[in-house]
Design a protein around this ligand. Structure first.
Ligand SMILES: Cc1ncc(COP(=O)(O)O)c(C=O)c1O
Length: 446
């Protein structure tokens, strides 16, 4: 009996690698005890919310016995929260934003869904540098769109502008960026972003001149801008003085999406925002579409308590130095184990290369994709199995669209990171010796 749609059934059967690792971790923890397992799979920020959140929550609790204290509100968010956000984001993004350019959403995830619902026609393409945050494929697919990953440039994972230019077609509706990036930790530089904005601007006449009418007679490239959407829940989390350039001044059809899940450690409270470039033509209609979609997708409005917490705590962040210290600890351990990586400039993820004899690995291609000979060498799945043998949980790079790498988060106590040092060393030594996992069976079999 088919109790769910074919699409959802398919997604359920192909659980994400993060989810599979999470489940493998539960098994390992039951067997060996939670304290013995070093789990680097989930990006759930462990720091307590900033102090202002607690103070505001206590104040709100004292005033909750009022009519409508927790009632419905405008779909775009509390007027005072929108106003405060507009002032804050105007400074951060260096453009004259007003409350009319800002919509409060259920996290960045809710914000992205609202945008895609507002702008995508079935079959529209959303380009994004790869490796990428795996949920993007679902968010785009929710509205009949297609995510088109475009490889970024290893080892730093900067933007490959030529590859992005080559990927643009009449169906391209969005270029979606994430900086500081999950999973690579790269922060795109101002020059790269300016060049991308120029490329998108130049693509409009080329599309309208060369291909006036796409197959099927739908809306044409001429009528439809390509949006530049910047998903930036990690904007606050950049290290060593690295600048995270604002996107809104660069291109009229740009939109910033953010949240307070990581900056205030408020991930479960689901508050984020969409900020629209004030120079966007027909911005009023665009924002009206966003507000409508916030409602008709069933979010209705972002949580009221969360909005009040954000309004009060805006500008504060959790202590970035704690994340930087964890990053440095993880970097030392990986370096000592001889594992190659690009030092993350921001966010809280490493995306290192699977260790092994140099000729075992082809950039971006897993041995299992390269035929029988290569299958005898180490790939990202096998390396994550070796790590599991050392009670370390990591996510294979293929879960982010790039086999041959693996992802580690470092939003956990530094003691857990330090405890994993000898396990990383042993797994890397075994990978370099070309040895695969010890025991029979595997929780990671494809
Ligand atoms: C790149 C990226 N975008 C969006 C999200 C969703 O975050 P939020 O909690 O704000 O919805 C995450 C969460 O981990 C993320 O890593």
């Amino acid at each position: 009996m088919q109790v769910v749609s074919t699409n959802i059934s398919h997604i359920l059967q192909n659980a994400s690698w993060i989810r599979r690792m999470f489940e493998a971790g539960i098994e390992l923890k039951q067997k060996h005890g939670a304290d013995s397992v070093c789990d680097f799979t989930l990006g759930n920020p462990d720091l307590p919310p900033v102090a202002e959140v607690g103070r505001t929550l206590r104040r709100l609790a004292g005033a909750v016995d009022q009519p409508l204290a927790l009632g419905y509100m405008p779909n775009a968010g509390l007027p005072s929260t929108r106003q405060r956000l507009a002032e804050y984001l105007a400074e951060e993004q260096q453009v004259p934003l007003t409350a009319q350019h800002v919509v409060v959403t259920c996290g960045a995830a809710g914000g992205l869904n609202v945008i895609f619902r507002t702008i995508l026609e079935p079959g529209d393409e959303v380009l994004c540098p790869s490796p990428y945050f795996v949920e993007y494929g679902f968010y785009v697919g929710n509205y009949g769109g297609k995510l088109v990953p475009v490889p970024a440039k290893p080892p730093t994972f900067g933007l490959d502008l030529d590859a992005l230019a080559a990927a643009i077609t009449d169906k391209t509706r969005v270029v979606l960026l994430d900086s500081p990036n999950n999973p690579t930790g790269v922060v795109y530089q101002r020059g790269e972003l300016e060049a991308l904005a120029a490329l998108l601007w130049d693509s409009r006449p080329r599309l309208s001149n060369d291909r006036m009418t796409p197959e099927g007679g739908g809306p044409t490239g001429r009528d439809r801008p390509i949006y530049l959407i910047s998903d930036e829940p990690y904007r606050f989390l950049a290290y060593d003085g690295v600048e995270v350039p604002p996107i809104l001044p660069l291109y009229p059809f740009s939109v910033a999406v953010g949240s307070f899940s990581k900056s205030l450690s408020l991930a479960g409270e689901r508050v984020g925002y969409i900020a629209v470039s004030p120079s966007m033509p027909q911005a009023d209609q665009f924002v009206a579409g966003l507000i409508l979609c916030n409602r008709i997708l069933g979010y209705v409005n972002a949580p009221v308590i969360g909005q009040r917490l954000v309004e009060a705590a805006l500008g504060a962040t959790v202590d970035v130095a704690i994340y930087q210290s964890r990053r440095d600890a993880m970097a030392r351990i990986l370096r000592d184990a001889g594992i190659e990586f690009a030092l993350p400039q921001g966010a809280f993820y490493f995306f290192p290369k699977v260790p092994g004899p140099a000729d075992n690995r082809v950039e971006g291609v897993s041995p299992s994709d390269r035929g029988q000979d290569a299958r005898d060498t180490m790939d990202d799945l096998q390396f994550c199995q070796l790590l599991q043998d050392e009670l370390i949980l990591a996510v294979p790079g293929r879960g982010f669209g790039l086999p041959g790498y693996f992802r580690l988060t470092y939003c956990m106590d530094e003691a857990i990171i330090r405890r994993a040092a000898s396990g990383f060393q042993k797994a890397a030594d075994r990978a370099r010796a070309g040895r695969k996992r010890k025991g029979p069976g595997s929780t990671l079999d494809t």
